[in-house]
Design a protein around this ligand. Structure first.
Ligand code: RIB
Length: 304
């Protein structure tokens, strides 16, 4: 069972030729509304990867919530543990340019009211499974969940995204930390990736996973260090690729896969997620990911 405690957003996606510079006004080719939020994206990825999942978060009593949760409902993810609070549903204004680059401005909204009570319930539910957290809900809730999970012996994954001044403190409480290159450099103080990852992993007795876009993924545990290459693709929209990685990675570990198997399937899923617009609509199903792996590697890592 994968339990995700995290954010729900409505993503307002604007397709532009180039990202606007400060003071510049540009035309968008289209405006589309998608479900989003790092927490919701990650639980959907875990579900599409075949895991049993539960999700804890908050939305507002507004029409945005329906759009924000549509893909979760369609995927059969229970939404009864998502609180309806007196704040607008969180939102993200996302600009995506013709090369697939993006910039995102998030309005916290209802996500800011996820509290320690939700953290405690999520941890209870995660017993015997895996708890997955990000940083789009208040520090207090994420911190409480990580502390409680540690006391109860529940394995945790923290995606330090969006990175902020609390990420270092939170990351010390997690069993597995997932960061992109930029986040890792902020966490580690900008030192050489593989050496620093191995030293960090041994010092804190945790696994560090650093995603590097087209350059693949590096993984350091106290016992090993390895890298997995990313499939070569022409990205259309990279929004949500990191979340797809996290959800798939968690799901594969939960079904008993090794770190290498989890990383291999997750990096392939994340690459496929870059081929379509939208964070959630682009998350592939497990059989599609296995099909691509089979084509490129003959499934040499043995992922079932
Ligand atoms: O990681 C992508 C997500 O970040 C988007 O869905 C958006 O909602 C922002 O939270």
């Amino acid at each position: 069972m994968i339990v995700v405690l995290g954010s729900v957003n409505i993503d307002i996606c604007l397709e532009v030729e180039s990202l606007p510079l400060a003071g510049e006004t540009v035309h968008a080719r289209s405006r589309r509304y998608f479900g989003g939020g790092k927490g919701a994206n990650q639980v959907l990825a875990a579900k599409r990867a075949g895991a049993e999942v539960a999700f804890f978060g908050a939305v507002g009593p507004d029409r945005y919530a329906e759009t924000a949760l549509r893909e979760l409902v369609e995927a059969g993810i229970p939404i009864s543990e998502i609180a309806v609070v007196e704040e607008e549903t969180g939102s993200a204004n996302i600009y995506v340019d013709s090369r697939g680059e993006n910039c995102i401005v998030v309005v916290e909204g209802a996500n800011g009211l996820v509290g320690a009570d939700a953290a405690a319930t999520a941890v209870q539910r995660a017993k015997g499974g895996l708890l997955v957290l990000q940083q789009e809900i208040p520090f207090a809730a994420t911190h409480r969940a990580l502390e409680l999970a540690r006391t109860c012996g529940i394995r945790t994954i923290l995606n330090v995204s969006p990175f902020d001044e609390t990420s270092a403190e939170l990351s010390r409480l997690a069993d597995i930390v997932i960061a992109n290159q930029h986040e890792w450099s902020q966490l580690s103080g900008g030192v050489d990736a593989s050496t620093a990852m191995q030293a960090w992993s041994r010092r804190h007795n945790q696994t560090i996973v650093v995603t590097k876009g087209a350059d693949g993924v590096g993984v350091a545990s106290p016992l090993e260090y390895f890298e997995v290459a990313a499939p070569t693709i022409q990205p259309r929209d990279t929004v949500g690729a990191g979340d797809t990685f996290c959800g798939y990675f968690a799901a594969e570990l939960d079904r008993g896969g090794s770190l290498l198997e989890a990383t291999t399937i997750a990096v392939t899923a994340a690459s496929i997620a870059c081929l379509k617009a939208g964070a959630q609509s682009s998350i592939p199903l497990r059989h599609e990911v296995l099909g691509v792996l089979e084509q490129h590697h003959g499934n040499e890592c043995g992922t079932r």
